[in-house]
Design a protein around this ligand. Sequence first.
Ligand code: ATP
Ligand code: ZN
Length: 290
Amino acid sequence: MKKFNNGRLKIGIQKNGRLTEQTIDLLKRSGFEFDAYGRRLFSTCRNFPLEILFLRDDDIPEYVQDSVCDLGIVGENVVKEKMAKVEVVEKLGFGMCRICLAVPRNSGIEKIKELNGKRIATSYPNVLEQFLEKKRVISEIVEVSGAVEITPSLQVAEAICDVVSTGTTLRTNGLRVLDEVLESEALLIGNLKSMNKQQKILERFLMRLRGTLVARKNRYVMMNAPKSSLEKIRKILPGLSSPTVLPLAEQDMIAVHSVVPEQVFWEVMERLKEAGASGILVTPIEKMIL
Ligand code: ATP
Ligand code: ZN
């Protein structure tokens, strides 16, 4: 089938669900201007050759595989379940969740091996099958499309395999986690062929998106310190490049500016203070182009 191509990148995103808000926020922060309100099916970006298709998340992997969309933003859990042939272009750092095996609290089941010969209800049959195969456990997979957590009390299954976030739903249904099957976050996926075909726009698209993603993971830090502390401070700063060092009006004092990854932020701050830094200012970074 020949696909409609108007020289624009087409990206599929979730129309209405847990990923929608953060996906739209990421695209907008990356500088793409488009309308996302109402029940529209697609939107054309005003300042970039990009078309946004609003879809059910379950359809996104296949649409990307079949190059209906060049790119898509969807949970890793859905990508794995649909077993679509797509490239993972970027991990996006939101939409975190876990798919877990859970059993009734009082079932006495402690090990996965004990699920041999038992029924497990799930809406992730493929993910579960692969997991059980790896663990060499043979269970009957009962596919259900929703309300998985009530299946044990309905005697439909002895265990479930489902998305767990806080565990509250499990607890209210008298279940407890037995094991983790998959850790998931939102992914940017792409169709290899169409990405190669549209390489120029893709590179421009990715530069903008990554500029925002990298910036989110870092903070810009400014501090004052005695000149004599500089060597110590330099060693503590995990910066992407060497820090900026400026003289201060006060003799033997300097200002040091650097980028610090969010992940190690507090640890670095503590060590900087110990090394003699004072008046530490921290600001978010809007964009970072590496
Ligand atoms: P759609 O109508 O598009 O089919 P859906 O109901 O299948 O939506 P959502 O519940 O909106 O899906 O979840 C979308 C994605 O959000 C999930 O596939 C998963 O990757 C991620 N996610 C993050 N936290 C959770 C959670 N607590 N429960 C379920 N999914 C979560
Ligand atoms: Zn869905």
